[in-house]
Design a protein around this ligand. Structure first.
Ligand SMILES: C[S@@+](CC[C@H](N)C(=O)[O-])C[C@H]1O[C@@H](n2cnc3c(N)ncnc32)[C@H](O)[C@@H]1O
Ligand SMILES: [Zn+2]
Length: 277
């Protein structure tokens, strides 16, 4: 399934090392993931979530606030993969593995490959699979814009709140393969923005330029939740892009809250790879 990030030839496993025929090799870390980002492509500014961000995301997700979303996505995936035996699924920008593990438990016959550019996030994915006894997931440190997978090897790619690549997703998907993209809806966390900003605004839809795909389904999935502690409010806030756009006064207003009712709103889009032949 994996290809060499240097020469793009297939990688084969020998003991705890992945090798290609041109002599490039990649160690499998003690926790079980492999780092397939080459040194010259690693850029600290572009290396995804750091360890603190991963911890905040894990603390928040483990409270179950987004479990309805994870289950809804898993349901959508199952519907789209109906009739597909032992599907191969890539979770692109998988983060610290919360959603990947929900998918793995819902689809035990699937092989799921999670990639993320953040080593801290991928390392936490391995902790998740080890602690929950999941055996149908593998993880690699890699970029969505240079996926370490063979051409036309996957039945589905899923991207949840992560960067989206038209060319790479089309390359790795089999003929007729499905892409699921999940993003915030217009009303997502509007109440949190009302607390932090003087003039809150609705989210604009993301534009992905997915011209190698045809959109076949779109759903707005929304529900309300009460965030029950200051820690939960700040953890969730630090997971959002609003975190970087908020004034010191706005952040202080949020810090003073010990509960907040919010709309959790998501847009789930399903695409089918276009047939170019
Ligand atoms: C908002 S988080 C979402 C993570 C996960 N899908 C979730 O919903 O919990 C975005 C993730 O994309 C990762 N990321 C950023 N740039 C990336 C890239 N070029 N390739 C792969 N992952 C990337 C970050 O490290 C981070 O884990
Ligand atoms: Zn190679």
């Amino acid at each position: 399934m994996y290809i060499c990030p240097v020469c793009k030839k297939k990688l084969k496993r020998l003991d705890n090392v992945l090798h290609c025929q041109n002599g490039h090799s990649f160690d499998i870390a003690r926790k079980g993931y492999v780092n397939l980002l080459t040194t010259h492509k690693r850029n600290p500014k572009n290396s995804g979530d750091n360890a603190e961000m991963v911890k905040a995301r894990t603390r928040f997700l483990d409270k179950g606030y987004y479990l309805p979303l994870a289950e809804r996505i898993a349901q959508t995936m199952q519907g789209q993969l109906k009739g597909c035996v032992k599907p191969v699924i890539i979770d692109s920008g998988c983060g610290e593995g919360y959603y990947t593990c929900v998918y793995a438990k819902a689809m035990t016959d699937a092989s799921i490959f999670g990639i993320d550019i953040s080593k801290a996030a991928v390392s936490h994915c391995m902790t998740r699979v080890h602690t929950s006894g999941i055996t149908n997931c593998e993880f690699a440190v890699a970029s969505s814009f240079e996926l370490p997978f063979i051409n036309e090897s996957a039945d589905m790619v899923i991207s949840t709140f992560a960067p989206v690549s038209n060319d790479e997703y089309a390359r790795v998907l089999k003929k007729g393969g499905r892409l699921i993209v999940v993003s915030p809806s217009a009303r997502h966390l509007f109440e949190m923005k009302s607390a932090a900003y003087d003039k809150p605004y609705e989210n604009k839809p993301n534009v992905y330029g997915l011209n190698k795909f045809e959109k076949t389904h779109e759903e707005i999935f929304e529900y309300d939740r009460a965030l029950c502690s200051s820690q939960d409010i700040l953890d969730l806030f630090s997971m959002t892009p609003y975190f970087y756009k908020t004034s010191a006064e706005g952040l202080q207003r949020l810090k003073e809250l010990d509960s907040l009712d919010v709309t959790c709103g998501f847009c789930i889009q399903v695409y089918t790879k276009k047939d170019f032949k």
